[in-house]
Design a binder for this molecule. Sequence first.
Ligand code: SAM
Length: 705
Amino acid sequence: MVQLTPAELQEVNRFLDAGKPLPDKYRFLLFEDKREVELVWNGKTNEVTNAVLPFQVIEQVDEPRAEVDTRLQMSMFDVDERGRQLKGWQNKLIWGDNKLILSSLKNGPLREEIDRQGGIKLIYIDPPFDVGANFSMDIEIGEDTFTKRPNILEEIAYRDTWGFGADSFIAMIYERLLLMRDLLATDGVIYVHCDWRVSAYMRLVLDEVFGKDKFRNEIVWHYANTGLKARSKKFHQVTDTIFVYSKSHDFTFNHLFKERKDGQSKQAKRKFNSVTKKADMVRDEHGKIVYEIREEVLENSLWETGSMSNSPERIGYPTQKPEALLEKVILASSNEGNLVADFFSGSGTLAAVAEKLGRKWIVSDLGKFSIHTTRKRMISVQRELKADGKDFRAFEILNLGKYERQHYIGVNENLRLDEKQKQVEAREQEFVLLILNAYKADIAAGFKTFQGKKSGRLVAVGPVNVPVSRLFVEEIILECRQKHITKVDILGFEFEMGLFPNVLDDARSKGIDISPKHIPAEVFDKRAVDKGQVVFHDVAAIEVKPVVKKNSIAIELTDFSVFYSQDSVSEAEATLKDKGSKIIVEKGQIVKVSKDQDGIVTREQLTKVWTDWIDYWAVDFNFENKREIIRVKNEASGEWEEIWTGDYIFENEWQSFRTKRDRSLELTSVALECPTGTRKVAVKVVDIFGNDTMTIVEVTIGGKK
Ligand SMILES: C[S@@+](CC[C@H](N)C(=O)[O-])C[C@H]1O[C@@H](n2cnc3c(N)ncnc32)[C@H](O)[C@@H]1O
């Protein structure tokens, strides 16, 4: 360490005594120099979370294989009598924040399964680097487009990422890259996609995480489509950057070829000389150079695959990347059967290409809309591959299970443990009071799971930053049973996928009436609360009719209601400018409010029938067929144990959905032959916002139970 002068020592002491931060110059005088160039940002730390939360499988999707292709599939894995994959790796589509997903994959029981597949050989990520984007989604309703704002959970996550501009983006990506590096196989490679906004920072961060000597390429993706552009005082930006790093010096690299542009196809033939390590020209027995006709050249670091605009591949996800781009990434850096991953998956482009190229995959995203878009996309890929007589794997949709609040609440990480705990408690208390006030409930004391009461019902407020989980509801049921409570409201911003209706039925069978209600975003708007404009709407409801004939069951969808609100008609009418229009959602109806040049207001209801709300629906003809098993660590023995969670996995056996091109929807499922007896049929509906709701009906075939 550099020797400090007496004056400097005195200065340091003065600052420490006053409890003030030291001036910047001491950073370089007091600490060892380890790096030549280093990127520093506010709050930089290399602490990485090691939280392990259990994954919960909520759905399995597998296009049934016909008998003919069942034989074809045998080489890959066993299938059951319905043609569904029984064993072997199942691809994974995970909903949640990738920080906890990465850390749970790295440190939890799934790691073993990943290692059994040879580890993750390739990671591609395309994080959201558009500082200031508001992450809204455009949703089509007939001829109109409605802009859906992110829900509160998505908003909190995006604010954490972008709240402080580039600083918070770099802090976010740094921790995730450290986790990805640890999760990547020793011979793995990572591709990081970014643009001019963050590429300079990203390169330095990647150098630090993977090591400068592991840098492989800076690929420039040229996506421009020519045509007239508005003239501004800068050149039109037509490229993105993709950085490639390997984890070690041993990694897969397959050369790619592309068509020659120059038309010169006659070239001297060359052969690799293992002694000189050069490509020598080949000569014939007379010493003459041998020529060959070559229509292809080696691919280089300038990738010209064109943009997504007007591409038939487009599925309505704003940041969707072309499959041709991902094809190059996957072909160059993995082989058939390898496991590849994308933790910022968006519309699921990596998963779609990986499936088509025979790779196994894990993808994740924070947005429900992204998970739903990918689900539909992957079903279409399975159908396409099946039609072509090719292999495909089943995939499962997973939630991160039991959530721990402190991982989510944004407390000051620099506080000591007890201070941190106090801050968490104070924030939670503040949040609960805010919600109870908006719900017009009174405070109730002396309960473990309830904080309020209203009209003879106890009120439980779900967490601010994660969906209401099954565990949360189970604790409520437990307290109800202990204290003979029979009427309960649960308020939540989001409810875990697949939570209803099983948990409500379970409660009802114990004499407890639970009513789950969505907390609207307006609770944070004091004026709306004061004016009493905040509506806590019920979760969506599905009505179905089983059609039983002799020994077959079909399901008819007969009604679906949602109760969402975003903005209000009266406010739109008051604030709209002449000749303007706005689409709003009020109590489950989508309405277009327009003003003409004379200020005359018209309202047009865009959702005319209940089916307009439905984007997708699916049937599991025997819901209690597949138990949900999770692996948990036995703290005493240290061993991983398999336990049944008490729930079942929804097996997606039949589905109908709208696509960008085909907006039609079937309302009656296929009729499936079933043995006599009673079974539970589950029906899942995903609405146009990407939220899912499930209902279960008991059906008896053959007249007796
Ligand atoms: C640029 S898009 C990816 C687009 C994708 N490459 C495609 O082809 O569709 C980035 C995605 O990252 C997701 N995201 C942002 N923060 C996240 C987080 N913390 N965890 C998981 N996903 C996140 C966003 O929801 C968004 O879908």
